[in-house]
Structures are given as structure tokens and as C-alpha cells.
Write a protein of this length. Sequence first.
Length: 263
Amino acid sequence: MIDIRDARCTFRHTSGRLVEALRGVSVTIDDGEFVCLVGRSGHGKSTLLRALAGLNPLSSGAIAFDGNTVTGPSPERGMVFQEDTVFPWMRVHDNVAFGLRSLGTRESETEKLVSEWLSAVKLTGFAHSWPKELSGGMRKRVAIATVFATGAKTLLMDEPFGSLDYVTRITLHSLLLDLWARTNRTIVFVTHDIEEALILGDRILVMSEGQIVDDIRVDLKRPRDEEVRASTRAVTVTKSIIRNLGLAGGVDETPEPKSSDLR
């Protein structure tokens, strides 16, 4: 279980003024949940995710995983970034093996897990390829295989599919949901795309100005194809998110964040 209590993150902007990136966030996430953080750019989503990863220290408050307070990064929490983080100087096989070798996993076990996870993301035939020889979607598959292979209980994903075309994103949504269902990992997924959140999430946490302004339980049946996303319930959820983002009627009704450094 992830327990976030009154999480606050304040830092000093280069101009000298203080910026509140997180303003008293409190929420609990259960084991095995798929939670999407939705919000406009610059309103705290990635700051909260990086705090969960132990990459951004809090100014006050606390985050705990299974009762253990986060004080820094941990192999129990795998991170998939928005940027392409596949090592270009390593072949696909060695990219997936890197985390396992860093943890001191026996080589025989590493080989077994690399083979299993390359098969799971449908890249078995590309084990000896260089990243530059892969498409953007295939490199994301490598990144996903890498974090799943290490056995991390929680996966933290920061807009991982944001730069991909629509068809590739839909394909990776199906892949990620299949892996999540098979492994029962906890996933916290940052997105600004409401449709993506509806496809993926058990819960949608809506963030605005460094706070969670809505916590929506998504009770839509899976798979969430176009027909499901056009249902009355899905439309109601979408309207609620739009309203809480201050975008009702297509008009931005909320002020911009105090600094562009909010993220």
C-alpha cells in the first residue's frame, strides 16, 4: 500500500521566489491498483510521481510504501520516464539485463528473466538489436520489459507514451494492461490525456495547482473500447475531469500556476 500524507514540495525559483509544487497531498493507493494522475502541464503530476520514486524530496509530509517511509530511490519502485531512457550503447538484451545485474541477480536467472520479458513484450527477435534500429514504440517496450524484469512491486510511469502516434499508443495500452493483469503490480501513471486515463485506470486522481481535486473510481468494464468510452458513465467521468481542470465549456477558468517550474 502507498500512503501519502500531507505531502508538500516547495522550492526556490531562480528568480528568488518560493514555488509550491505540491500543496498538502494526501491519498492512499492499494496494492495492485492502476492509478492515473491527470492534470494540465505544470500542476504537480510529475513532481508527485518523482517524490514517490524518491527522486524529489518533500519539504514536509511523508510517503510510505507498505509502512516504510520513502527516503530515496529503491528497486521496489521502477520508473519509466517520458524521455527515451534506453541505453543507446547497449543492445536490447543488455538493456533489459542491466537492472537485474545491478541488483546482483545470478547470471543464469538474469538470462531466464530477460528471455521471459522480451517474449512478454514481443521483442524476442530483437534481443541483439541496437536501440537505434528500433522504432519509438519498440524502445518503450524495452523500457517496460526492463522495469517488469527487476520485480519492482510498484511501477511509476511519467507520460511514457506521450510522444508516440495514436495507433502505437493504443497497442502499448493493451500490452501494459495485459502485463499488469498478469503480475498484479501497482501502477501509478501520469498523463494529461483523459482518454488514456479512461482506458487504463482503476482510479483517476485529478490534480490542479499542486493538489488532488478529485478522486474518481472508474467502474467501466474492460477492455475499454470506443463503445465503452462512449457510454453514459464514461462521458460523466470525462465531464467531471474537465470541470475539475477548470476547462468546462472549453474555457480555461483557473489561473496559471505560479511558476513554469511546476510539473
